[in-house]
Design a protein around this ligand. Structure first.
Ligand SMILES: [Zn+2]
Length: 245
């Protein structure tokens, strides 16, 4: 296993060392009294330390965690890298709702995409027309996303509805940099690409946004509400980041 190279981040930083290895972590402060170290799915390390704690004390505690930090970094770097560019040819794998499907492309005068067992069957006018196949898949993903996301929204909304929320209008569209957002009018926008993730990760994104209808920023109150509704959201967040890169 190769050593992780130091990674730079803006703001306060702290070095984590273990044997010969070094990594630069971002240092954040919290009102909580516990020191926490996060190795993110990207391999970046974040140290979250109590607001008043002296740097030398933080450094001591971080050093004691060195072996754990580098084990995590190695675990992450051993994971398969992100999905290669799709070419829409038979045999290629595609994700749908968190499961991998193998593509089979056949010619047909009735173009469509069908799920059959572990296969995604693309019935295309011309099997070698990749742009056509891509359009069929995009349309299929969009239709599936709309119905599944609406279902998941209904499923996770009750705790928010009990707090006075009305089920928001749902918009599904491609988004380049985020999984979801909440518009100023309270509409929930979800990235169509999220249809590649499993329902529990779709639920995580929806709850993240619904919690924003009560608390616009990611402050303590937003966190408190999110923790209450979905106690394991941090692990779902990490899974989503690892799955769809
Ligand atoms: Zn947010």
């Amino acid at each position: 296993m190769s050593g992780a190279s130091p990674m730079m981040a803006d703001g306060e930083q702290i070095e984590v060392g273990w044997g010969e290895r070094r990594v630069i972590a971002r240092l954040e402060r919290t009102h909580r009294r516990v020191l926490r170290i996060d190795v993110q799915p990207s391999g970046k390390v974040v140290v979250i330390a109590p607001a008043g704690e002296a740097r030398s004390d933080i450094q001591d505690r971080v050093n004691r965690k060195g072996s754990w930090v580098f084990r995590e970094i190695d675990r992450i770097s051993a994971r398969p890298v992100s999905t290669p560019e799709r070419r829409f040819i038979s045999g290629e794998t595609h994700l749908l709702l968190g499961r991998q499907y193998r593509l089979s492309i056949e010619e047909s005068n009735d173009p469509q995409v069908r799920v059959e067992g572990a296969r995604l069957r693309i019935l295309a006018r011309r099997a070698d027309d990749q742009a056509h196949c891509r359009r069929l898949m995009t349309a299929f993903y969009a239709i599936t996303a709309k119905s599944v996301f609406a279902e998941r929204l209904e499923a996770v909304a009750p705790p928010f509805i009990r707090k006075g929320l009305k089920i928001p209008v749902l918009i599904v569209r491609p988004m380049s940099k985020r999984w979801g957002s909440l518009t100023p009018k309270g509409r929930i926008v979800l990235n169509v690409d999220l249809v590649r993730a499993g329902p529990s990760l779709i639920d995580y994104v929806i709850c993240h946004e619904l919690a924003h209808s009560f608390h616009p920023d990611h402050g303590e109150e937003w966190r408190g509400l999110f923790d209450m509704v979905m106690s394991d959201w941090q692990s779902r967040k990490a899974q989503l980041e690892a799955l769809l890169r």
